[in-house]
Design a protein around this ligand. Sequence first.
Ligand SMILES: [Zn+2]
Length: 325
Amino acid sequence: MNLTLSRRGLIAAAAASGLVPSFLRPARAASTTRRGDVLRVAHLTDMHVQPELRAGEGFAACLDHMGSGFKADLILTGGDHIFDCFETDEARTATQWELYRSVLKKHATAPVQACIGNHDIWGWNKGKSKTSGNEPNWGKKRAVAELGLPARYHTFDQGGWRFIALDTVQTDPNDANGYTAGVDDEQFDWLSGLLSKTPASMSTLVYSHIPILHAAGGLFNRTVKKTTHSLGASLVCLDNLRLVHLFSKHQGVKLCLSGHVHNVERIDFQGVSYVCSGAVSGAWWRGNKADDKPHVARAVEGYVTLELRSDGTFSQGYETYGWKA
Ligand SMILES: [Zn+2]
């Protein structure tokens, strides 16, 4: 392994803290390291890995493209790592996670930090998944274990930045087989406490599966009536007002990344950039045309690149990797 000290240090520190299990460590050496005061971050979201539609091959192609071109120091994954286990039985759930991990092990060139997506939660639809809810790894517990997370929401520091992974998928009080978007009170209190302990000079990046702010999803998932125009309850965090208000009190918060909507979008609002990072899988490995709304294209298969500078500024792009569905 031809790793420099700084990269080895990063990996060792992450591994020692329990954040990066052995299977998530890079399988081969990256040829570059942190450049000056810039931390290179790749945000890969909505991989939806499954045995069909060459999804594993596509995810591998994406990681190889990133590893040989952008060469991130850190990979953030934005949820929906596998096609689905929300309404999927044990055997197929296991198959998908095994495929996901084997691709990551062979092709990831930097440490990986994840957050949980709705399709990563095992069995919340008990009927379709044939689960009882009493399985020891039912629900988010399985996602935490499969992804090697310290908890369903967590934080770590790297390159002078603070990173906060949120869990934005919540049970739906009106539908036992569904979910809503947002942050539960326990998690919100933890987030508030963490931000108050974070020095104002420390730049902070928040990442979650479901967006905190998002506009273009209204093209796909909305109800238009004479006097209202509403977005679906699972599309954007329902409690985004309190989150935006919280961030307004903490000037260090610069960036909020998300997945879920399979579109590339950036909203700059009150000093925070809210970025929806497209999808590694495009429209679920069927090109970038959504099945249900063929007239509205989703993101071309790709990932977001970020160069985070120690002064809190950053540059951002979207890289496609030439996938042919
Ligand atoms: Zn998705």
